[in-house]
Write a protein that binds this ligand. Structure first.
Ligand code: FES
Ligand SMILES: [Fe+2]
Length: 468
């Protein structure tokens, strides 16, 4: 309907729970320009056909037109810290081997032996060359053929033609990306606003403090979409409502045709607007103190001080600056309140979700699992600033695999996050099961115009990608 767009409500606030842009005006520090920036994607209604979440044909189309054609997040540089280290990046039944080929250079190869097809790398490994475990064909780190046992038996094998086939591999901020399309534009085109928005966050100077890979009985898009909106918080994470501005979340999309980026800002240390105008700011601040303290065992937990010259959010931010500063030997004194405490999550099409800020510095990656459209893998890592004062860079945490029927609370050291992820995971197999049995006349999802716009944008881009 013409003019209908004007009726869109851009977030739902209450007196106790302002919208993010109003909170940013009250920040005690200069706010990074990226946080003040807002997206330009028009609001619209959208329905999504449910068969794209379970059809083997659709998954096959994604393999050919999406995963073989776009820049995608593979791993972090610190996962392979030494020359010769390598790790697989496996997306569906495609697999690539990411190799540190020099002190600060990386290469990515098809993870398949040119003799009889064996997967070359099936976990973190290392060495001056890549040797197949079956018959020991061997390649140098630049992909050139090094050795074939019984070379006399392969007179037709031309060493030049038996270089390991490689794929494009570039880095940004310590993140390694690959693109199997030899004609792809450079990574910088796909990053869009990310380098500018993350400049103050310096993702290169961070290390992976924990890294979990969870197998999920749901399509990779179902798993991912559950993390692109805060609309589900009111029902799924009810106990967070006291200190989370879920419905006041700001959503933004930036799309210039080459880069497809979206973001949410969910404010912390304010009550949910669902709790109404009379919700307690003091309770919100105290609960935020408690939630952050779960990740810092042994640290004394302050209480909201109504007499302080600082508002409640600023009190939590100041405590975080001091605790993190003392723990890491770094100076957070100029870092904005929002950066210290809010949940600010970016998304780059198709599988990369880096969070911004110290509130929740996570990185998500979403991947299809094998050729089964009903299964996926979600990788979650926490990136922490590298300690200051010349301390050595801590090693990247080893990957902790969590199987389909295992829960995140098997990793209690991640504190409150384990409870939250288990709540999310509880929904996902039910969504997958439900959508597969939908009544044929109503086999579509219906998206909220504002709060689910990042999902709409994702499907808009997916459609364009699959049609290309
Ligand atoms: S399959 Fe790799 S050496 Fe034979
Ligand atoms: Fe959630």
């Amino acid at each position: 309907m013409a003019g209908d767009e004007l009726k869109v409500v851009r977030g739902f606030s209450s007196k106790a729970s302002p919208l993010p842009q109003d909170l940013l005006k009250a920040d005690t520090r200069e706010v990074p320009a990226g946080l003040l920036a807002t997206g330009t994607y028009p609001s619209a209604d959208k329905t999504i056909a449910l068969n794209r979440y379970c059809s083997p044909e659709f998954a096959q189309l994604e393999k050919e037109k999406l995963w073989k054609k776009v820049w995608q997040f593979a791993c972090r540089e610190e996962d392979i810290p030494n020359v010769g280290d390598r790790i697989p990046y496996t997306v569906g039944d495609l697999s690539f081997m990411i190799v540190r080929s020099g002190p600060s250079s990386f290469r990515a190869f098809y993870n398949t032996c040119l003799h009889r097809g064996t997967r070359l790398c099936d976990g973190m490994s290392s060495g001056e060359s890549v040797r197949c475990p079956f018959h020991a064909w061997e390649w140098n780190l630049d992909g050139s053929l090094k050795n074939i046992p019984s070379r006399w038996d392969f007179p037709k094998v031309d060493s030049e033609k038996y270089r390991l086939p490689d794929v494009k591999c570039e880095t940004w901020g310590g993140f390694i990306f690959v693109n199997p399309d030899p004609d792809a534009a450079p990574l910088s085109k796909a990053l869009g606003v990310l380098p500018e928005h993350f400049a103050s966050f310096n993702p290169a100077e961070r290390f992976t403090a924990f890294h979990i890979r969870k197998k999920v009985r749901a399509n990779w898009k179902i798993t991912m979409e559950a993390f692109l909106e805060s609309y589900h918080v009111v029902e799924t994470h009810t106990e967070s409502l006291g200190f989370t501005g879920d419905a006041s979340t700001q959503y933004d999309v930036w799309d210039d045709g080459a880069s497809h980026i979206s973001r949410l800002i969910t404010p912390s240390a304010i009550p949910s607007p669902h709790l109404g105008d009379h919700a307690s700011v003091a309770d919100a601040v105290n609960q935020a103190f408690q939630a952050f303290a779960l990740a810092m065992p042994g640290v004394p937990v302050p209480q909201y001080d109504p007499a302080s010259r600082l508002n409640g959010r600023a009190q939590v931010a100041e405590w975080r600056r001091q605790m993190m500063g003392a723990g890491l030997g770094r100076d957070f004194s100029n870092v904005s309140d929002a950066t210290m405490i809010d949940s600010i999550q970016y998304y780059m099409f198709p599988n990369f979700c880096p969070w911004f800020g110290e509130g929740l510095p996570l990185v998500y990656q979403f991947l299809p699992h094998g050729d089964n459209p009903n299964e996926s893998i979600m990788s979650v890592r926490l990136t922490v600033p590298v300690p200051g004062g010349g301390a050595p860079r801590p090693p990247s945490a080893p990957i902790r695999e969590i199987d389909f029927d295992e829960r995140f609370d098997a990793v209690p050291e991640i504190g409150l996050l384990a409870i939250i992820f288990d709540q999310d995971m509880g929904n996902l197999p039910r969504v997958q099961a439900g959508l597969r049995g939908a009544e044929p006349g109503h086999a579509f999802a219906t998206l909220g115009r504002y709060q689910e716009q990042r999902i709409r944008h994702f499907h808009d881009v997916l459609d364009r990608t699959l049609e290309a």
